[in-house]
Every structure is written in structure tokens, then in C-alpha cells.
Design a protein around this ligand. Structure first.
Ligand code: NIG
Ligand code: FE
Length: 385
């Protein structure tokens, strides 16, 4: 089955070789999809015939968003903790243990249904690729269950047994469990391993042990780095060749230099700064230093309970100094880089047919009209959703 998408107000290819600027913008363009793939991109008048037709109505057409950082397998919420923060309380990550208790207590069906609800919410807002982490189980059985649930929704499953040390456990003994028995259980479902390398979570040695064990188990590496304060996370991520260092809220000059000279993506999570009242990292400085930047939601019940990539784009423009074009690139092609994928986050022949049609003529509107439901159509792997 083929599909022609025409009458695009603007085509955002996210491939600078295919158009203007970092977004590779084109006008008077059309796209043809066959089965799950994009097969043709070109001038509207030259488009080949297709079985079906989608009129973009003059709306901008973008690659589906790639949300490369989300914690969707959990139960309960922490709205009261959010309210307390807005009244002045600091975020410390201590509330993670509250969600661990609620998650352990939920049955499989409830956990799956809750995850499905959030994945659906993200899809309706244009997210066609999503990474999902475990990290609210923190026993071998509970982490295995979270990873199994995540694997029902995405191939980009991340083992985050090293989220925090569970209540009452010894940090080194727990790290050894994560590196041993838990890693063995995780490798059946996970593609990635992640560690929260920060104050109150895991130190540099413990984080290095987790990442090294993950690599030995065949997993790619990701790091929660420098969220709560300056620390070793970013440079550890770069040292070990991690795909991504996430948060990057508190960066030294040496951290920026390390990222700039590396293949490690800096994944910025503006929903977390929004929801914790932390200062935002300087995305402008990272971009200008030549760092590859991704934007993601960090969707989780504690520090960032949003599944909306358009909201993150708007925040990154308003608060992190990225231009709308840079923010949209970071939310699509940047996210794909953070997952080491070249088949998503881009509109080119051979890429997966993941496309979003906006109810607006240009990508600028994603930042210009924050909070407005601008996602008109979402096509995932060639299928209108
Ligand atoms: O990425 N920083 C660690 N983990 C999450 C927060 C988890 C929570 O508060 O429940 C994050 O912000
Ligand atoms: Fe996170």
C-alpha cells in the first residue's frame, strides 16, 4: 500500500543535504510512502501516483518526534510532591522510592495499561519512537517485569536498575546485584543500560561498574548525568563512549569540551527543569560548541510528568536558547542520534515512514503557540494512527 502526502506548507526533512538550514526545509514538496518506508521525496508536481492520498492542507510536515528518554513503567503519581515544589521545596530524587512502592504493588495488567495510556498520549502528540526505562522495580523480579512491560511497546528498552539504592539496602551490595543477577535478567529485554550518576544516587565508581557490566552484557550505554549538581557523570559517559549523557543541567567548561570532542549526545530534558524549578542548562552554548543535542521528555511521575515533545520544543526555545529550527532538529534527528538510529527522525527515502502533519504552516508554530494541540495527523511506520 502506498500513500502520497501532498500540499505540505513546509517539509521539514531534518536532513540539511535535502533543503535549507539544519532542518533541510523545502517548500512545494511531497512525500511518498510504501508500506513502512518513505520511498520518494521531491517537488510536488513530480510526485508519482500512489494508492492513497493525504492532503496536508498547507500544514507543515515533520518527521515523527523521537523521545529518547522516558520512564513510563510505573504506578501512582506524585502530584502532591509537585505542589510542594511549586511552594518552594527542593527536588532531591527522594520521591523515587514512593513510586517504587506503588509500582511493586501494582499487578501486571495495571502496569501495562498505565504504560499503554502514556505511550498513546505521546503518540497523539507526535512521538513515533520512544525509549522506555525500567527503574521503579529495583529487585530482580520487579525490574524484569518492568522491562518486559516496556518491551511490549518499544524496541528501545533501557535497564535502569541503578536508579537509586532501594530503602534499607547497602549501596555497594546493591550495585553488585545490578551488575550481576539483575543484568542477567535484563539482557533478555533491554537494548540499553542507564545509571543515575548523581548526588544521592550512584557515585563515579559504582556508575562505571554498572556501565561496564552493561557493556559486557551487550547493552549500549546511557547516563543520567549532572542533573542535581556538578559531578562526574558527563565525563564518565564520554570516557565510556555512551550514546547519550542526559540532563546535563550543571556543566563545567571541561564537561562541554568533553562532549564537543565526542560522539556522546547531550540529551536535554527541559520538562525536568520546568517541574523542579531548577535552572535550565544552556543549550545555546552546547550547540555552538558543536555538541550534538537531543531533546526528550524524561516523562516520569516525579521530575517531569509530561509526554509532550511539542512542549519540550517550546521550553528549549524559550529557556535554553535554541532556535525553533535547532529545537525541532534536536527533538527528531537529535533523538535518533541519541539512540544511534539513522532510520527515524528524518524524512528521506529509506527512512521509516514516521511523519507528523501540523495544524500550522511552519515548525515555528511549535514554539510560537505553546500548549496548543497542533498535531493534526500522525503516521507511524506508514500507518495513519
Ligand atoms: O530523570 N533523575 C533520575 N530519575 C528521574 C526522576 C525520577 C523520579 O523522580 O521519579 C529523572 O529526572
Ligand atoms: Fe530520567
Amino acid at each position: 500500500m502506498s500513500l502520497l502526502i501532498d500540499n505540505c506548507g513546509e517539509l521539514v526533512t531534518c536532513d540539511p543535504r535535502r533543503g535549507d538550514g539544519p532542518l533541510g526545509l523545502r517548500t512545494d514538496a511531497a512525500v511518498v510512502v510504501a508500506d513502512t518506508e518513505i520511498v520518494w521525496v521531491g517537488h510536488s508536481g513530480d510526485a508519482p501516483a500512489a494508492d492513497r492520498y493525504l492532503d496536508a492542507g498547507g500544514g507543515a510536515v515533520l518527521p515523527g518526534f523521537v523521545d529518547s528518554h522516558a520512564h513510563l513503567v510505573f504506578a501512582g503519581d506524585r502530584a502532591a510532591e509537585f505542589a510542594a515544589r511549586m511552594a518552594g521545596q527542593r527536588y532531591t530524587g527522594g520521591g523515587i522510592r514512593t513510586t517504587v512502592e506503588a509500582t511493586r504493588a501494582a499487578d501486571d495488567d495495571a502496569l501495562r495499561a498505565h504504560t499503554a495510556r502514556l505511550v498513546g498520549e505521546a503518540l497523539r502528540q507526535g512521538t513515533t519512537t520512544i525509549e522506555i526505562k525500567s527503574g521503579y522495580g529495583l529487585t530482580v523480579a520487579d525490574e524484569r517485569r518492568s522491562l518486559r512491560v516496556a518491551a511490549g511497546f518499544t524496541d528501545e528498552v533501557t535497564f535502569l536498575g541503578a536508579h537509586v539504592v532501594p530503602a534499607g539496602a547497602d549501596a555497594d551490595a546493591y550495585t553488585a546485584l545490578v551488575c550481576g543477577e539483575m543484568m542477567d535478567a535484563a539482557r533478555a529485554y533491554a537494548a540499553w543500560v542507564d545509571v543515575f550518576c548523581d548526588r544521592g544516587a550512584f557515585d563515579a565508581d559504582q556508575s562505571r561498574a554498572v556501565l561496564t557490566a552493561g557493556r559486557a552484557a551487550g547493552l549500549g550505554l546511557r547516563v543520567h548525568a549532572n542533573q542535581l549538581g556538578p559531578g562526574p557523570g558527563v565525563q564518565l559517559a564520554v570516557d565510556l563512549g555512551a550514546a547519550s549523557a542526559d540532563h546535563c543541567t550543571h556543566l563545567s567548561d571541561a564537561d562541554v569540551d568533553a562532549l564537543a570532542g565526542s560522539a556522546t549526545v547531550a540529551t536535554l530534558l527541559p520538562g525536568a527543569e520546568f517541574s523542579t524549578r531548577s535552572p535550565y542548562p544552556d543549550g545555546r552554548r552546547l550547540w555552538d560548541a558543536g555538541v550534538t543535542v537531543a531533546l526528550a521528555t524524561d516523562c516520569n511521575p516525579g521530575s517531569s510528568f509530561t509526554s509532550s515533545m511539542p512542549f519540550c520544543v517550546a521550553l528549549a526555545v524559550r529557556e535554553m536558547g535554541l532556535t525553533p529550527a535547532e529545537a525541532v532538529w534536536s527533538a527528531t534527528a537529535g533523538g535518533a542520534r541519541a539512540l544511534r538510529r539513522d532510520d527515524v527522525g528524518v524524512i528521506r527515502p529509506g527512512a521509516r515512514a514516521d511523519l507528523v502533519v501540523l495544524d500550522a504552516p511552519s515548525h515555528l508554530h511549535l514554539a510560537y503557540r505553546p500548549g496548543v494541540p497542533l498535531i493534526r495527523d500522525v503516521i507511524r511506520a506508514g500507518e495513519p494512527t
